[in-house]
Design a protein. Structure first.
Lengths: 268, 268
C-alpha cells in the first residue's frame, strides 16, 4: 500500500481519484490524467510526501505532453498559435469542413458583391447549397466574439446573396449570447469553440483528429515555417516527404523529427 | 532688408512664403503659420543664418501652440486624446451635431431590435427623420475605418428599422474607398475626418468652433477628469463655474486656469 505523508505529518492512503481531479483542474483531459495517474502510481513509494507526489505527477504530465498526447492536449492554445493573422485559421477550418464532407470551393477568394468586392474566407458547397464562411480568429484567451462580427458577416452575405444560399460564422473563441441570438434571428449559422453542443469547433476537430501543426512541440521557427507554407494540420504534414520540408528551409534533422511525430500521431 | 545666410555662406533675401510653407509642412495650419511668420519677421536680423531662423520659427510655433491657437491646431490629435474608450467621442459628436441643428434624442441608448438589443451611439432627429448614428472612434493615427464598421452599422440599422429612417457612420479617422462605396450603395451616410468635402468632421467642428477639452494644454490628470465627467468641449467647460470644477476634484488654481483659457477661446 502506498501512503502519502501530508504537510502536517499525517499519513493518508494514496487516492488516485484525488490526483486525477488535481490534474484535470490543471488542464489535462480525462485520458491524459488517467495516463499520468497510472504512471505515478507505479513510481510512488510508501511514505512519499504530498509535495513529492505532486511534483512527480506534474513532471510526468509535462513529459507526456511533450509527446503524442500534446496534439490532443490544449488544442485551444495550439489553434491560437496559428496566428497572428487569421489566414492559417481559414485554411485550417477549410480542412476540417472538408473532412466532414463539405466541398471546399475557395479559400480567401474575392467575390464581386452588389456593392463592393468582398473577400470570403471559405466558400463551400454541401447538398447543392452554397455556403459563405466567415472565420473569426482571435489569438488570445478570454475573448468573446460579439455582435459586430455576426452583423458584418450577415451584411456581407446580403451583398453576396447572388452567390450564396447561407452565411456561416466560425470562431475559435466563445461567443456572446447576443451574437448567438442575433445569428439565429437572421439565419446566420454559428460555430464557436464549444458550441453548439455536438457540433462545436472542438468536436468537429476531435471527430476527425485533424490537429493543427502548432500542437507539435517542435522548434518554434520550424512550426512557423510550416504554417507559412500553408501546412496547417498534422495530417497534411504527415503526408509530406523529408525533401519537401527541407526545401522549405528546415534542417534535415528537424524535418525528420517532425515527420516522425506527425506520422505517429496520424496513424493513431 | 533682412537677408538670410545659407549653409554655404551665400546671402538670400528672407522669403516669408518659404517659411510659411515649411511651417505648414510641419503641421501648422495657415492661420498659425501666418502668425509665426509675422512674429519671426519682427525678430529676425540681417545676416541671420538659415538654421537660427528655423529655430526661431519653431520656438515661436511651440510658444503659440501652448496658448490659444492650440485649440485649433492639431485638432485630430486632441480628438484622439478623448479615448481610450469611444464614449467621450460619442458625446462630442452629439454636441457637434446639436450645434448644426440636429435634435439629439439619446446618446448611448439601447433599443430593442427585431433580433437583439442594440446600443445606438447617437439617436437624432432632423426634419422629421430619425437618424441612427454609429460613432467609430480610433485613438491612433494612420488607421482607416474599413468595410466592417460600415457593414455592421448597416446590419444594426436593419435590426432597428422600426425606429430609424437612416443610418449614419461618423469616424475620427479616414475611411477606405471600399467602405465609402459600400455605404453609398446601401444608403448609409458616412462622415469621416476629412470628408465628404464641405461636410467633413473637421469642417463640422471648425464651423462651430466646438473644440474638445483635450485640445487644452492643462495638466493631463485634470483634462481626464473633465472628460470622465462628460465635459468634452471647451465651450461646455467655459460655462462651468470654478466651484463645479472643484467639486470634480480639481485644485482651485487648476480650475481657475482652465476656465480662464476656455472662456478666452470661447469668446473668440
Amino acid at each position: 500500500m502506498i501512503r502519502v505523508r501530508k504537510w502536517d505529518g499525517r499519513l493518508q492512503e494514496f487516492d488516485p481519484d484525488k490526483l486525477r481531479r488535481t490534474l484535470m483542474r490543471a488542464g489535462a483531459d480525462r485520458e491524459l490524467a488517467d495516463e499520468v495517474v497510472h504512471r505515478v502510481a507505479s513510481m510512488a513509494y510508501d511514505g512519499i510526501t504530498t509535495r513529492e507526489l505532486l511534483e512527480m505527477a506534474l513532471e510526468t504530465l509535462r513529459s507526456l505532453e511533450r509527446h503524442d498526447a500534446a496534439a490532443r492536449y490544449d488544442l485551444k492554445r495550439a489553434i491560437m498559435r496559428l496566428g497572428p493573422t487569421g489566414y492559417p485559421f481559414e485554411r485550417y477550418v477549410a480542412k476540417i469542413l472538408e473532412a466532414h464532407g463539405y466541398r471546399v470551393l475557395h479559400v480567401g477568394h474575392v467575390f464581386r458583391g452588389k456593392c463592393v468586392d468582398q473577400e470570403v474566407d471559405v466558400a463551400l458547397e454541401v447538398e447543392g447549397r452554397r455556403v459563405m464562411v466567415e472565420c473569426k480568429f482571435h489569438n488570445s484567451r478570454g475573448i468573446y466574439t460579439d455582435l459586430k462580427p455576426a452583423m458584418y458577416t450577415y451584411a456581407r452575405f446580403l451583398d453576396l446573396e447572388r452567390y450564396f444560399d447561407e452565411p456561416w460564422l466560425i470562431t475559435n473563441t466563445r461567443i456572446t449570447e447576443a451574437a448567438r441570438r442575433y445569428a439565429q434571428c437572421v439565419g446566420l449559422r454559428v460555430t464557436w469553440w464549444d458550441g453548439p453542443p455536438g457540433a462545436s469547433l472542438r468536436e468537429l476537430i476531435d471527430a476527425k483528429g485533424l490537429y493543427p501543426v502548432t500542437a507539435l512541440q517542435g522548434p518554434e521557427g520550424a512550426i512557423r515555417t510550416l504554417v507559412q507554407a500553408g501546412i496547417v494540420t498534422i495530417d497534411e504534414l504527415s503526408r509530406k516527404s523529408e525533401r519537401e520540408l527541407e526545401r522549405l528551409g528546415l534542417p534535415s534533422e528537424t524535418a525528420e523529427g517532425l515527420l516522425e511525430v506527425a506520422r505517429r500521431i496520424s496513424r493513431e
